[in-house]
Each structure stands twice: as structure tokens, then as C-alpha cells.
Design a protein around this ligand. Sequence first.
Ligand SMILES: C[S@@+](CC[C@H](N)C(=O)[O-])C[C@H]1O[C@@H](n2cnc3c(N)ncnc32)[C@H](O)[C@@H]1O
Length: 283
Amino acid sequence: MADANGMTDLKQGQAHSARIYDYFLGGKDNYAADRAAAAQIEQAIPNVRVVARENREFMNRAVGYLGEQGIRQFVDIGTGIPTAPNLHQVAQETARDARVVYVDNDPIVLAHARALLTGTPEGRTQYIEADVTEPAKILAAPQLRDTVDFAEPVALSLIALCHFVPGEQMYDIIDELLAPLVPGSFLVMTHLTADLDPETVQGTVRAYQASGIKMEARTYDGVARFFSGLQLIEPGIVPIGRWYPDGAAPDLTAPGVVPLPVSDSATAPKPPAAGYAAVGRKK
Ligand SMILES: C[S@@+](CC[C@H](N)C(=O)[O-])C[C@H]1O[C@@H](n2cnc3c(N)ncnc32)[C@H](O)[C@@H]1O
């Protein structure tokens, strides 16, 4: 939010999930409070940087897959600080006319939004500053209404976001966001879970909470509930690295697309299974 002088309050003294994640991805848009929180989180989950990259690589594969399914409209909530390739670059790699609406509540993501609004001339990208807990505001935003054709399918992505909104309300939010989308639309998600490596992930949740960031690691059933009524795409709800591990990857050598460091070399540390990934199709 801008103050009376038009200055954005970046709340630098307070750790924020977008900037902690930026730090784990090797970005520069983070402050001392974020790095202090990141150090605590890294103690709980030493391979967290690998997990962050793995999460990003899932986004690449899932968006590439959706493009191949003919999806041309994406609403990405919990966008994050720009990290090449951004979602619109991956989507427009498959179809130059793909349209992407980004949504995030962090003022620093807003400050960098220009880097997200650089799509192809045939496509469109837009940015909405909003909190996911205000779905009605997101759905009514002119940036969304002017960009998305609600008569056509939409991919709604919330990648590494829903665990920051604990409790029941997140289910109602997803239902509200999916309601106006036509059959053939998709829900795309990654979500922290303690099912697979309980000690590591419970420690991670405690470290985020100690930094003032709310978090809930949901179980398999808790994640599956987001997809109730949807058709789960194979391979279903699986550890992030196992969602289409070899398929649907876009061409990351395209001009303007800087690939993330590859994490699958023989020497790369094996990431703990800290999250689930899933893609569902509206029937
Ligand atoms: C871990 S990052 C994930 C970024 C990106 N989706 C990815 O997976 O690479 C989480 C993002 O969600 C955003 N976020 C957290 N809580 C949010 C909320 N209540 N409403 C909107 N965005 C939120 C953060 O600002 C951050 O950009």
C-alpha cells in the first residue's frame, strides 16, 4: 500500500514469505529480517533451496502441460518476486497469445510487477495487488475482467501459497475462485505437507511461525479436499518432484528465458519430500 506521499511501505523490518522464497532462489530482493527468518528455516530444512527450485520447476512443467492442453488464460495467485522464467514466459512459449493475470499481496512483488508485464505483443499480462483471502475483490478487479474471457477455460494456479492461509477459510476461497470458471478449467497447486518427512516439515512450520508468518502443512486428505469435484490429472497428488518428472517441460533455451540452475545432477542434494503437487480439471 502507498502512503500519503505515494511511497510504498515494504515493511522491511518484518519477514515476508515472498522475500524469504526469493532468498532461497538466490534473488536479491530480500532484507535482514527475511534472511534471519530464512536462516531459521534452513536449520529446520537444510535442503530448502533445492525444494524451492523443485517447486519452480513444477510450475514450468505444469504450465507447459496446460499450454499443450490448449489453455490460453492463467490466473496466478501468490505470484512471487519475478524469477525467470516467470509463468507468462512459460505460457507464451507454448502459445504467444496466452494471457496471464498475476495476483500477490506483497508490496515488493507489486514494486517489481513491471518485470511481470513484459509478455508477447499477441498475449497480455496484468497484475492485481490483492490478498487471496479477498476472492471477491480478485474476481471483480478490472485487470481480471478485461483480460480473462470467462466463456473460455482458465488455469487457476496457487503454487506454494495455500499453506500460508491456515484453516477452513482456504477451502471456501478456492470454491469461490473456481465457481465462475467454465468446465475444462484447471486448478494447479503445490502445498507443504508433513506427511512425508514429518520432523523436517514440522520444524519448518515452527520456524515460519516464529518469524510471524502463519502456516499450515496440510495432509494428503487436506490437499485432496481442494480438488473435490475436480478430475485429478495423472499422476494425482504426489510429491512435487514426481509430477510429470520427465514430461511437458517447455523449451527453456528460448530467447529472454534464463533457466534456473539444474538440480538433478548426480551431486545435487536430494530434496526432502516437503510438498505435494497436483493439477485438477473442472468437470
Ligand atoms: C513461496 S512464494 C511462491 C511464489 C510462486 N507461486 C512460486 O511457487 O514460485 C508465496 C507467494 O505467495 C504470496 N502470498 C502469501 N500470502 C498471500 C496472501 N494471503 N495473498 C496473496 N499472496 C500471498 C507471497 O507474497 C509470495 O509471493
